[in-house]
Design a protein around this ligand. Structure first.
Ligand code: ZN
Length: 236
């Protein structure tokens, strides 16, 4: 068995391949708000997160912005740029602080093209991201604010793995495409029902189980996809 690094993708690799990638990279701390890649620019580095949560955000030409997905210890920030030359339409930054193995994109790209095992696992991670993107796109159009907010909080909590998260109401409102007053109302209702406590921009998850009951089924789709990642052996 390979050593446990904390990153699920790295930990799913054979010991030799894991050691090779670890030797290419450098472990770094990633404080909150650290930018991992800029919108419209290919990044010099990709990041295997050990902890923390990275948020991928698209800003429109006229100024509004929206979060499109979250990544944590399950995968690799910058994986899309291993697939081709196009720059990302999004920016990615650390929403909640953590640490990562930072590897030069060019070096990982060579290994990705030459090593089937790494290719299979990274494609599996990208499939997982695609599943969540499809589900949340429909969710954002069709489900109520409370269901969407709970789904998002649970996905964040699964990745951060700490009960208290620093998340401002403005940020929550921008993610949910709603007004700050609506976030205040929904957070107040969840607090009254004993599921969270919310104080000065810090949300504490008090009952993951009760929140799951309040979420739409979109949470289950994304969480099952996360749970099943890297469980299938790679066939020769
Ligand atoms: Zn939904």
């Amino acid at each position: 068995m390979p050593a446990t690094t904390g990153n699920l993708l790295l930990d799913a690799l054979s010991p030799e391949l894991q050691a090779e990638i670890l030797s290419l990279g450098r472990a770094i701390d990633l404080p909150s708000r650290t930018v991992l890649h800029e919108q419209g620019e290919r990044s010099t580095y990709v990041y295997f997160l050990y902890s923390g949560v990275a948020s991928v955000v698209v800003t429109m030409a006229e100024g509004g912005s929206a979060e499109v997905c979250l990544t944590g210890h399950e995968g690799l920030v910058g994986a899309l740029q291993l697939l081709g030359p196009a720059p990302p339409p999004s920016q990615c930054y650390m929403l909640l602080p953590g640490s990562a193995l930072r590897v030069r994109s060019e070096e990982l790209s060579q290994l990705f093209l030459n090593t089937r095992e790494l290719r299979v696992r990274i494609l599996e991670f990208l499939q997982h991201q695609g599943i969540c993107l499809e589900q949340t796109t429909a969710c954002n159009k069709l489900h109520e604010t409370e269901q969407r907010m709970v789904r998002w909080l649970l996905l964040c909590h699964d990745r951060f793995r700490q009960d208290t998260m620093t998340l401002t109401q403005e940020f929550m409102a921008s993610i949910l495409g709603t007004r700050r007053t609506t976030v205040t109302m929904v957070a107040g209702s969840l607090q009254e029902r004993g599921m969270i406590s919310y104080r000065r921009g810090r949300i504490t998850i008090l009952s993951h189980q009760e929140l799951e009951k309040a979420a739409c089924h979109c949470y289950r789709v994304c969480s099952d996809a996360l749970h099943n990642l890297y469980r299938h052996p790679i066939t020769p």
